[in-house]
Design a protein around this ligand. Structure first.
Ligand code: FE
Length: 346
C-alpha cells in the first residue's frame, strides 16, 4: 500500500468511526399515528425546535396494534398517537405498550384522563354532544337521559350504535346508572330514532339540515371541521343549521372522550419518547394541538380555540376514562340486545 492509499484507508476508518457515532448525534423519535400527519406536524416542529430531537411519523389508518406486534422487538415505534379510549385500551390489551412513570405527566394530566397503570394518557378531549336544529328545537338543555323521552319520537339521528364514540357514551351511562337502567334507556332511544343508525357524525348534521331529524349525537370537533371546510363548502351550511347542546351541563357534566398517547413496548428511543410525551402536556403544546384539531386541552389552564369556545362552555363529566373502558364490552352487548341498530320497532 502506498502512502496515498494508506491515507485513504485511515480516512475511511475515521469515517466509519464517525458514522458509528452518528446515532448519538442524530437524536430522533418515531411516532406511529392514527392522526393525520398534518394535524400533528406543527406540534412536532415545535418539539424539534425546543429539543433538537427529530421526529418521524408513520401514519396508519388501521392495523396499528397488529403492525407493532408483528414488528416485535425490532419495532422502530416509540410513541403511539390515537383517538378514542377504545383504541387506547386496544394498544394496552394488545401488549404493544409499556407503562410510563413521569412526574410531569402525572401532575399535569388529570387522573381521569390517565390509565391508572400508566399505559396511556389523554392528550385532548372531545365532547359527545347533541347537535340540534336551530329552527325546530327551542330547547337549550337536554340530558342524555332525556334522549329516551317519547317527546323525541322520530326526531333523533345517530351513527352506528357499535361505533367507538357511541359505545363510550353508552359505557358512561352504565357507569353512572347501571346496566339495567342503560338497557331500558337504549330501548327508549332506539324508539326515538328517525331511521336506522347510519353514516358518520357529520352526516347527522347534514340530515338535520335536510329536515330528516331534529337532534343527533355528534362529537364537538366535527362542528369546527364543518364550519371551516373549504373543500366541501356545503358542510358549512350543515354546521349553520345546528346548535351545540352540552348534555348534563348542569348536573354531572357532558361525556368526554380523549385522543391520547402511549409508549411503545420496545421503544428504541425511549428517553426521547418520554421527552415528547412530556412536551405534549405543556400548555403551549396543548393549545397548538387543541387549535389544530378543534378539541379541548386536557390540562387545567389551557384554552380551546375561539371556534370551539363559540359552541358554549364545556363542563366535562369527571368520570375516569378507565371506567368507560371497563364498561365498553357490556355497552356493546346491550346495543345488540336492544336491537339498537335495527332502528325503531314501531
Ligand atoms: Fe372522529
Amino acid at each position: 500500500m502506498n502512502g496515498f492509499r494508506k491515507q485513504l484507508a485511515t480516512l475511511a476508518a475515521a469515517t466509519t468511526l464517525l458514522s458509528l457515532a452518528t446515532p448519538v448525534l442524530a437524536e430522533e423519535v418515531n411516532i406511529y399515528s392514527y392522526r393525520q400527519p398534518e394535524l400533528i406536524q406543527p406540534l412536532l416542529d415545535a418539539f424539534t425546535k425546543e429539543t433538537g430531537i427529530d421526529t418521524n411519523v408513520l401514519f396508519l389508518d388501521k392495523g396499528l396494534v397488529e403492525r407493532i406486534a408483528a414488528e416485535g422487538e425490532n419495532s422502530p415505534a416509540d410513541v403511539i398517537l390515537t383517538v378514542d379510549i377504545g383504541r387506547l385500551v386496544e394498544t394496552k390489551d394488545g401488549g404493544v405498550t409499556q407503562p410510563v412513570e413521569s412526574d410531569i405527566i402525572n401532575s399535569d394530566i388529570p387522573a381521569e384522563y390517565r390509565d391508572p397503570d400508566g399505559y396511556w394518557f389523554g392528550l385532548s378531549r372531545r365532547a359527545r354532544v347533541i347537535y340540534a336544529s336551530k329552527d325546530r328545537v327551542p330547547e337549550t338543555e337536554i340530558t342524555y337521559e332525556e334522549l329516551a323521552d317519547p317527546k323525541w319520537k322520530g326526531r333523533l339521528c345517530t351513527r352506528d350504535g357499535q361505533h367507538q364514540y357511541n359505545l363510550a357514551l353508552f359505557a358512561s351511562m352504565i357507569a353512572h346508572h347501571g346496566a339495567e337502567y342503560t338497557e331500558t334507556w337504549l330501548k327508549g332511544v332506539r324508539e326515538n330514532l328517525a331511521r336506522k343508525p347510519d353514516g358518520n357524525d357529520r352526516s347527522q348534521a347534514k340530515d338535520i339540515y335536510a329536515g330528516g331529524c331534529d337532534i343527533a349525537l355528534g362529537n364537538t370537533y366535527y362542528v369546527g371541521l364543518m364550519m371551516t371546510d373549504e373543500n366541501e363548502p356545503e358542510q358549512q351550511e350543515w354546521a349553520g343549521a345546528i346548535k351545540v347542546i352540552f348534555p348534563n351541563a348542569k348536573d354531572r357534566g357532558t361525556h368526554v372522550n380523549i385522543s391520547g398517547m402511549a409508549l411503545a413496548k420496545h421503544a428504541p428511543n425511549r428517553d426521547n419518547a418520554v421527552k415528547l410525551m412530556e412536551f405534549l402536556t405543556k400548555k403551549e403544546a396543548q393549545e397548538i394541538y387543541a387549535e389544530r384539531v378543534f378539541e379541548y386541552p386536557v390540562i387545567a389552564g389551557a384554552e380551546p380555540s375561539d371556534i370551539v369556545k363559540s359552541f358554549g362552555t364545556l363542563n366535562a363529566d369527571p368520570l375516569p376514562l378507565i371506567d368507560i373502558a371497563n364498561n365498553r364490552k357490556l355497552a356493546s352487548e346491550l346495543v345488540d340486545k336492544t336491537g339498537f341498530n335495527e332502528g325503531p320497532s314501531m
